[in-house]
Write a protein that binds this ligand. Structure first.
Ligand code: MG
Length: 210
């Protein structure tokens, strides 16, 4: 199982981080160790002082595919939820300045909490799926698939030119504007429409063993 993540897929988010709006999807991977087990706290890693939340729509791949045409791409996904792409923004900034890979900032342990899945068939209009993130009961980030630069189908088609998709893979589809830091004690809740599908109960400080 792999986790494929799309970057810069919302115009206003690309601009808030002073990035160019891409003409082709930007993608990177997280390993399976990035998943956060259900109901487990998220520990702020010791290597960063600026961990950001990025709420995103997450798709589940339901069958293997390579070189998938855009018009058939939706056949390869069957479930949807929200997830958080936790990002060490300070590390990412350093990596970007040096032209180095993003993995230290993106692929670390437990950087990919994923919510409870719903059937994609619950959402007949794939281009109008609202979602949002609450922190401590207040809405901090909200988005809608209508604002995506590259649609689900375009993402699947593009990524499958390079990487074979397999059943059980996850695809993070990019975050809308409003990213920002999390702090110890924060409670995060991810919503798809009005349904809460993801909860990170408490952000904790990483325990340093002595
Ligand atoms: Mg992201």
């Amino acid at each position: 199982m792999k986790i494929i993540c799309i970057g810069r897929n919302y115009v206003e988010h690309a601009l808030e981080l002073k990035n160019e709006v891409p003409t082709e999807p930007v993608f990177f991977l997280k390993p399976d160790t990035a998943l956060l087990p259900k109901d487990q706290s998220f520990y702020l890693p010791e290597f960063s002082k600026d961990i950001h939340h990025e709420i995103e729509l997450v798709l589940r791949v339901c069958k293997p595919g390579k070189h998938i045409a855009v018009e058939f791409a939706e056949r390869y996904i069957d479930q949807i939820t929200v997830g958080i792409d936790f990002t060490a923004r300070d590390i990412q900034q350093k990596q970007k300045e040096k032209g180095l890979p993003w993995e230290p900032a993106k692929a670390f342990d437990h950087s990919a909490p994923i919510g409870e899945m719903l059937p994609l068939s619950d959402f007949p209009d794939k281009k109008n799926i609202p979602f949002h993130l609450n922190i401590n009961g207040k809405t901090i980030q909200s988005g809608n698939s209508s604002l995506m630069i590259h649609s689900f189908s375009e993402i699947i088609s593009y990524v499958s030119r390079f990487i074979t998709l397999r059943k059980g893979d996850f695809i993070y589809t990019g975050t809308p504007k409003g990213v920002g830091p999390v702090k110890p004690g924060d409670k995060l809740e991810g919503f798809l429409g009005e349904k809460m599908l993801l909860r990170v109960d408490e952000v904790m400080v990483f325990p340093i063993s002595r």
